[in-house]
Design a protein around this ligand. Structure first.
Ligand code: FES
Length: 156
């Protein structure tokens, strides 16, 4: 039996097919060009060096942001005065997290994920704890590094 008419003509079908292929081709080419021009794009550093005085005097039960490559890093001082540095990115789909001082927890607004003040995932979709870094100081320098990375700064 022959269909009398169709909502999709042969021309529309072929145009859609060709258009989709063209978009995929251009997108792939642009991505390859950007990766060539900026090879470190999206890569995380092993460590960052900050100024100690900018971070060490923040009030207890608060955070101060810093740049961890192209991502958010958080310097965190607990209520008891102990200090930490962590990646301020949710372990679910990498949204930035915020610290809720009134709850003493980290919160991800993207899908309502919660982490306690030790970075443990306690509610919502995040599958694993937050990533904490190691902190060392060298004079005025505050060195924040991934765990297990040995940092040797050039001697001035
Ligand atoms: S990205 Fe944080 S809960 Fe989904």
């Amino acid at each position: 039996m022959k269909i009398a008419y169709s909502l999709v003509t042969r021309r529309t079908f072929l145009n859609t097919l060709f258009g989709g292929w063209l978009v995929a081709f251009c997108g792939g080419s642009l991505y390859a060009l950007l990766k060539f021009a900026f090879p470190t794009l999206g890569k995380e550093p092993d460590f960052v060096v900050l100024k100690t005085t900018d971070f060490i005097n923040i009030p207890p039960n608060s955070v101060k942001p810093f740049a961890w490559g192209g991502k958010l890093g958080l310097f965190f001082k607990k209520e008891n005065g102990s200090t930490y540095a962590l990646k301020g990115v949710c372990t679910h789909m990498e949204c930035n997290i915020t610290y809720k001082p009134e709850d003493k927890k980290f919160y991800c607004a993207c899908h309502k994920g919660w982490f306690d003040d030790n970075g443990k995932n306690i509610d919502g979709p995040p599958p694993k704890p937050l990533e904490f870094f190691e902190i060392t100081t060298e004079g005025e320098k505050l060195i924040v590094a991934k765990k297990g990375i040995k940092v040797e700064l050039p001697k001035a």
